[in-house]
Write a protein of this length. Structure first.
Length: 283
């Protein structure tokens, strides 16, 4: 391995014009000198492509969902390491360097990067408090940084999953004995400014459709993740109590998330109803 291995950063996009430029500028501002930016767009109708073209080393169009986009981006990239980001993120300047250091020092196949939520609305502030409760929890935090060898050896993300794929890939690695470490002095911030409850719950409903295969694959892990009150929330009750209004908001939000995800799961697993063509009412 060279002293400064190339890191390929893969970003799937779809109508991401509001946030993409800020993410790509944060990648250009990294202290690490060897970064390749790969943007995989899914037929955006806004200015996403023109923004990406200013910064990306590789820019392609691919669907139908982000797991396939991510896998395609890795396949087109050249780095010894890959970092998977979403278009609504911002990366602190030392993050890529910290990921490489963690991977090399621990011989890890994957590295978790600490994440925070930013945004000024009530829902965003609830999400920020919730995410602080998950810091250092290996059942919730998901690795985003991988060696290319490990990523390709495990087949990348499961293209049939949207939502739980972030947990699934590192879990498969851990099950096979691979090391998953955590970066120090690194940070990814999620921009949730302006998020609305209806859109948030629709996303949870959509994600819930993928959880059947995930639960069957990782039943023990899923039991701790897919509950209205995760163990990490209960362990951090003092943190919630210190901000009671937001704390109640976090609990209410998790209950709503659980209901929306459960409905999504049910919609994907229940048999389809036969069409009714008149006559006697179906029972």
């Amino acid at each position: 391995m060279s002293g400064t291995p190339l890191v390929s950063v893969v970003v799937p996009t779809r109508n991401s014009a509001r946030t993409l430029g800020r993410l790509l500028r944060s990648l250009q501002a990294q202290s690490y000198p060897a970064i390749e930016i790969v943007v995989v767009d899914n037929d955006s109708s806004d200015d996403t492509l023109s923004i990406a073209s200013e910064y990306a080393d590789i820019l392609v169009t691919r669907g139908p969902e982000r797991s396939a986009q991510r896998n395609q981006g890795v396949a087109l990239s050249s780095g010894e390491y890959v970092l998977i980001l979403d278009s609504d993120m911002v990366v602190a300047p030392a993050t890529v360097a910290a990921c490489v250091a963690a991977a090399q020092e621990t011989h890890a196949a994957a590295v978790v990067v600490p994440e925070r939520t930013m945004g000024s609305g009530f829902l965003a502030r609830c999400r920020a408090l919730e995410r602080r409760c998950y810091e250092g929890d290996p059942t919730i935090e998901a690795a985003r940084f991988f060696t290319r060898h490990a990523f390709t050896s495990f087949g990348g993300y499961d293209n049939t999953l949207t939502g739980p794929e972030d947990w699934d890939l590192p879990a498969r690695m851990k099950r096979s004995g691979e090391v998953v470490s955590r970066a120090k002095d690194a940070l990814i911030a999620h921009d949730e400014e302006g998020v609305r409850l209806g859109a948030h719950l629709r996303k949870k409903y959509y994600y819930g459709k993928s959880f059947g295969p995930y639960v069957r694959r990782h039943p023990d892990l899923a039991r701790t993740q897919l509950t209205p009150l995760r163990p990490a929330i209960l362990r951090n009750w003092r943190r919630l109590a210190a901000e009671p209004v937001l704390g109640v908001g976090v609990i209410a939000l998790k209950m709503a998330d659980f209901a929306a995800g459960g409905l999504g799961l049910a919609s994907a697993t229940l048999p389809p109803r036969l069409p009714w063509h008149g006559g006697e009412n179906p029972r």
